[in-house]
Design a protein around this ligand. Structure first.
Ligand code: SAM
Length: 216
């Protein structure tokens, strides 16, 4: 078994399965995506560490466990249309692309969006489309989405994103009044005007900056 494949298998066992994550689709997806291909080259040996890692523009690639937890909370099916806000390195988008045919992801830093798109193409995730822009406004042309994952913490759940959820759709997003500590919530659209919100626990994310997020 190759070096990174071995580290990846250890990550699955020690960080995900050991913490009780049982969703086989999600475990298989994280076991398929080469996280080292989305990690800055100087940190490649730390790619499977049990923590977030710094990337360009002072942003982060999320901890594998958090990516797995949020992905599992989306309850994805292969034909779901998925929107990610906060592409960052492109790693979580690749995990989503392993599970679903149609993945759309938005990043506010052009440098990150371009690098992520190049990495996704190189690793074969041609079913993931990256857009540079403010993800709090969603992606009108591609809505509605069966699942929306927001990888940065905002003061509240953006109304525009709620409106771009399909009925029956799920959104997982960190929210809270602090810039660095949030609670992870799952919002489920029950009907045209009804939404159900569940608390999934405390998390730490970089700020969601945009029209329906924090101001710059
Ligand atoms: N999912 C990423 C990965 O796998 O590497 C990690 C994302 S990082 C924790 C959060 C990202 O959200 C950052 O790259 C940040 O620039 C981006 N971001 C923050 N506010 C945003 C917004 N309004 N629209 C799009 N991206 C945003």
């Amino acid at each position: 078994m190759s070096h990174f494949k071995k580290l990846r298998q250890q990550m699955i066992d020690d960080q995900l399965v050991a913490r009780g994550l049982q969703d086989q689709t999600v475990l298989d997806a994280l076991n398929s995506v080469p996280r080292e291909a989305f990690t800055p080259t100087d940190l490649i040996e730390s790619a499977y560490r049990d923590s977030p890692l710094p990337i360009e523009e002072n942003q982060t690639i999320s901890q594998p466990y958090i990516v797995a937890l949020m992905t599992a909370a989306l309850e994805l099916k292969a034909d779901d249309r998925v929107l990610e806000v906060g592409t960052g390195s492109g790693y979580a988008a690749a995990v989503l692309g392993e599970i679903c045919e149609h993945v759309y992801t938005i990043e506010r830093y052009k440098t990150l969006a371009d690098t992520a798109q190049a990495r996704l193409n190189e690793t074969g995730y041609t079913n993931v489309q990256v857009k540079h822009g403010d993800g709090t406004l969603g992606w009108v042309d591609q809505a509605p989405f069966d699942a929306i994952i927001v990888a940065a913490g905002g003061p509240e759940v953006p109304q525009t994103l709620k409106e771009q959820l399909a009925i029956g759709g799920r959104m997982v997003i960190p929210v809270g009044s602090s810039l660095s500590l949030q609670k992870l919530v799952r919002v489920r659209r029950l009907s045209e005007n009804e939404y159900e919100t569940e608390d999934l626990g405390s998390v730490r994310f970089v700020p969601l900056v945009g029209a329906a997020g924090w101001k710059e």
